[in-house]
Design a protein around this ligand. Sequence first.
Ligand SMILES: [Zn+2]
Length: 165
Amino acid sequence: MGYHWSVLDLYGVSSSHELAELFLDSLLGKSLLEQLKARRIIQLAIKPFLFGGGICTIENLGFSMILNWPFQPQGNEYYATNFGHELFHTFQFNLDNMKPMWGESREELYKRMVNRIRKSKRYYRELENCAETFAFLWASYSDHRNQLEEFIDRFKNSVVDVQSL
Ligand SMILES: [Zn+2]
């Protein structure tokens, strides 16, 4: 309440839910592999980690995504929302232009990542809320869940070179 998330203006939307839907729209109808390629995820590590998942950039080539596996307690729903969450974060960067979206230079971004120079806590709260909304929407498609389940089954405990698929 009272806080206006500046990212919404960049996309001409009025809520983070609308923003999540806008991003999701660009992926609907694509297979999981096509989605990975569309978001330039060139590497996907499905292995035991100490956290649910994450992404990092590999220079301007694309992203490396990691997904924690195995994680029995929450089952496959866990993978779908974790995957969706990390997928959302790829939208923060425009690798085609070799610069992050959202008005920061690449240099500034790296500095921020390394030094943890933060925008406001509210900015990040909105960002993470939007990621969670996107993840929920993404995971609501049974097709997404099923394809991810198959993908994890096929590539569990390995690092996948997505471009070779
Ligand atoms: Zn996040």
